[in-house]
Write a protein that binds this ligand. Structure first.
Ligand code: GLP
Length: 261
């Protein structure tokens, strides 16, 4: 796991955008794993800015897979993750909607929605680079504390804490769904490169538990310690509880330029 201490959310956005762009330049048909929430927004804005300025690679051939989706929202609801990703990123990068997949929350297909999503991921050969945020309770995608470290895509129930955290995107707490479909922790670990973004003091405790605590279902993001290629982009506030922060800084400062992230 490589922890990269950065100055703030905007710098995290620039570095994460560099990572995505370099994957797409190397492999124009790359499979991108996309996350929602506020944390990836500076990354998405930066990718769109560069694309509009004609500096970015072409995204015409990429495919995108969303991490998770609410269950129970009306079709086309603006806070559905399908709509959010289209609005915040993929439409502006010129990626056709048919190339952006998410777990299917339609009521009739819920029983096998997880299996179908796993099959779709397998059919494209898996995710090349997966962006991730972290919940204030250590959740990854919508894998709440207690989720099996070996879990695959399935339906889950949100904790009250997560519903409260996400109520800011809705009119009221009552409107936040209780159920979601989410990639499992084992699904996420299959991506070839995981990039975890964390900014703000609200993430400091969860991030320290994920990076330096024991691997435990009580902190789902700690499962990342099992993956061979994880980059953690963290700002001062989110990194404040890391015991080895100074060491991470030294490692990053001394990183050979050829190595990349
Ligand atoms: C949501 C998403 C996660 C995200 C988390 C943190 O619950 N399902 O993928 O990482 O919230 O969100 P934020 O970045 O807004 O703090």
């Amino acid at each position: 796991m490589e922890v990269v201490p950065l100055a703030g959310a905007e710098e995290i956005g620039r570095v994460a955008a560099d990572v995505i762009e370099s994957v797409v330049r190397r492999r124009p048909e790359a499979v991108l794993g996309l996350a929602t929430g506020s944390t990836p927004l500076p990354t998405y804005r930066e990718l769109v800015r560069r694309h509009r300025a004609g500096e970015g690679p072409s995204y015409r051939r990429v495919r995108c897979f969303n991490l998770d989706e609410y269950v129970g929202l009306p079709d086309g609801h603006p806070e559905s993750y399908r709509a959010t990703i289209a609005r915040e990123l993929t439409d502006d990068l010129g990626i056709e909607p048919g190339r952006v997949a998410g777990p299917d929350p339609s009521p009739a297909g819920l029983a096998d929605a997880g299996e179908r999503y796993e099959a779709a991921l397998e059919a494209v050969g898996g995710v090349d680079v997966q962006l991730l945020g972290i919940g204030s309770d250590g959740h990854l995608a919508f894998n709440e504390p207690g989720s099996s470290l070996g879990s695959l895509t399935r339906i889950k129930t949100l904790t009250e804490q997560t519903r409260q955290d996400n109520a800011r995107f809705f009119g009221s707490l009552e409107e936040v769904p209780h159920h979601v479909l989410t990639q499992g922790l084992a699904t996420i670990l299959r991506a070839r490169h995981l990039v975890l973004l964390a900014s703000g003091a609200g993430k400091a405790e969860a991030l320290a538990a994920a990076v330096e605590g024991p691997v435990s279902a009580s902190c789902p993001a700690s499962v990342l310690q099992h993956h061979p290629h994880v980059t953690v982009l963290v700002d001062d506030a989110a990194g404040a509880r890391l015991d080895r922060l100074d060491h991470y800084r030294e490692v990053y400062d001394a990183k050979p330029a050829w190595q990349g992230l």
